[in-house]
Design a binder for this molecule. Structure first.
Ligand code: NAP
Length: 472
């Protein structure tokens, strides 16, 4: 069989495996298999690409493979689950940079980079698009990483006319791109290439500037999408079909992910990207529905007393559960509650934690049966029948201001109505606010008690109460 046909047939198999794998990732029961399937697809794509006759030297490929594998292994072992968004931001950024380098390499491979029969206007246009999208993705992702890792302030940095300035820069890249594709003069082509490369790198930074740390997960999903589009454009440059397909898949899944997050926060994507949300410290929420009250602490022993009598219990996990890695002891408490005759559920908010599915992943890791996981829309109608809602390091996703206070910046975001349970027990370390920086009226309600301390340690105290009951 002709080598070209063999390679493209293998690429089709790899693409089918990517698509099936992505589909399976959508369900908890099939997610692991889906991941494996996509991995096999990637292995096929890599091995087959190495058979391509355009590869003339394997030395650098081997160096890259070994270095990449070692760095990847170290990251997989060392990076904590809570640092996963930063990790994804960096991976997107390097994806964008790789595409930019492919575009630049092709530009310099064709002497002068001007349009010739060997280097038609189509190739020049995709080189422009690859460099533009790759550059924006690279610096945008590095900035998002710095915000998430708190190397830079997470606050939105805004100034008058910012969107206008960004728009002008974007127009300037289009003008430089047109000059490159149309001029036919090597000197102009080189100048234009340098211009749009530099502008794309600046734009990545300035586009992420006015977006607050709280919205970084959405930005990362968007940058993920851009890294896919850059890879897709790079696929056209080097005529690699599997890169085009994989780039499209990443591009569309990133957009879908952003849309899901925006819907869960009830904010349009344009509002996330251009409104400067999070520029000023958030107001304390003194609008309509403001509750006057005080924080009422509860001890682990008293908490055990409340739970011992409960028959309907719902856990509402949030980012704090991830920070304290409390998922295993949560599962332990759920089991002792069930043995004590209670029905236990886990209420999952779509943007609890710092990435979509964050809570599902942690609870699955702790072997919580997924039938006990209930989505927001299913738990809210039965919340009034719950004896106890245990809020584990969740804050914004249970903030009643989102439902009641039109003056609140998060007004309109759907929340888990934990405040409707008969008793609410909130686990947190102190008076820290959630990711939005807003105060939470839930903590002041008459039916709320605060169990202060690291969530894992607090829950261990409650489980100890049940254990001594069983022993005694
Ligand atoms: P959150 O609002 O960020 O609140 C986390 C709470 O956990 C804080 O109040 C903190 O209070 C507490 N905490 C931290 N470490 C703890 C520990 N070791 N033990 C006990 N408590 C601890 O979390 P969330 O309710 O899950 O909300 C997620 C936020 O991220 C939302 O604003 C959402 O819009 C945003 N977001 C998420 C996504 C996503 O995909 N998941 C995407 C975009 C935006 P203390 O400091 O007092 O302990």
């Amino acid at each position: 069989m002709n080598r070209e046909i063999l390679i493209n047939s293998a690429y089709i198999v790899a693409s089918i495996l990517f698509i099936l794998g992505l589909k399976m990732l959508g369900r908890q029961t099939t997610a692991r298999k889906g991941n494996l399937l996509s991995g096999v697809g990637m292995l096929i794509a890599i091995v087959v690409t190495l058979l391509d006759r355009h590869v003339i030297n394997f030395t650098w490929i081997t160096v890259g493979l070994v270095a990449g594998t070692l760095i990847g292994l170290a990251c997989a072992r060392l990076v904590k689950m809570t640092a996963m968004p930063e990790m994804v931001a960096l991976l997107n950024g390097f994806g964008g940079l790789a595409s930019l380098i492919v575009g630049a390499a092709e530009f310099f491979r064709i002497r002068g980079g001007t349009v010739t029969p060997e280097h038609p206007a189509f190739t020049a246009t995709v080189i422009y698009l690859t460099v533009l999208i790759g550059g924006i993705t690279f610096t945008g992702s590095v900035y998002a990483f710095c915000k998430l890792a708190e190397w830079l302030s997470g606050r939105a940095v805004t100034f008058a006319g910012q969107n206008f300035v960004n728009g002008l820069m974007l127009l300037a890249t289009v003008a430089a791109g047109a000059a490159y594709v149309l001029s036919g003069d090597p000197q102009v082509a080189l100048l234009a290439f340098g211009g749009f490369t530099l502008l794309s790198l600046v734009l990545g930074w300035t586009l992420v500037m006015p977006i607050g740390g709280g919205d970084m997960p959405v930005v990362i999903a968007m940058l993920n999408s851009l890294s896919g589009l850059a890879a897709c454009a790079a696929g056209f440059i080097i005529s690699n079909n599997v890169l085009i397909v994989a780039g499209c898949l990443v591009g569309t899944s990133g957009v879908i992910l952003s849309a899901i997050m925006c819907k869960a926060m009830n904010r349009p994507l344009a509002n996330v990207l251009f409104s400067g949300f999070g520029a000023a410290p958030a107001a304390a929420g003194a609008g309509a529905g403001t509750v006057q009250g005080e924080l009422k602490p509860i001890s682990a022993e008293d908490c055990f007393g409340v739970l011992e009598a409960a028959r309907q219990v719902v856990f509402v996990p949030g980012y704090g559960m991830a920070v304290s890695q409390a998922q295993h002891v949560v599962r332990e408490l759920a089991e002792v509650l069930e043995r004590n005759g209670a029905e236990v559920r886990f209420a999952i908010h779509p943007v609890a934690g710092r990435m979509p599915g964050h809570m599902n992943v942690l609870l699955a890791e702790a072997d919580v049966p997924y039938e006990q996981l209930v989505e927001m829309d299913a738990i809210n109608p039965v919340m009034t029948t719950m004896d106890v809602a245990i809020v584990i390091g969740a804050n914004d996703v249970v903030n009643p201001a989102a439902a009641r206070d039109p003056a609140s910046p998060i007004y309109g975001m759907p929340i888990i109505n934990a405040y409707e349970a008969r008793t609410v027990i909130c686990l947190k370390r102190g008076k820290g606010t959630g990711f939005s920086g807003l105060e939470n009226q839930l903590f002041l309600l008459p039916n709320t008690r605060m169990l202060y301390g690291d969530a894992k340690a607090s829950l261990q105290g409650v489980v100890a109460g049940f254990k001594s009951l069983a022993e005694g």
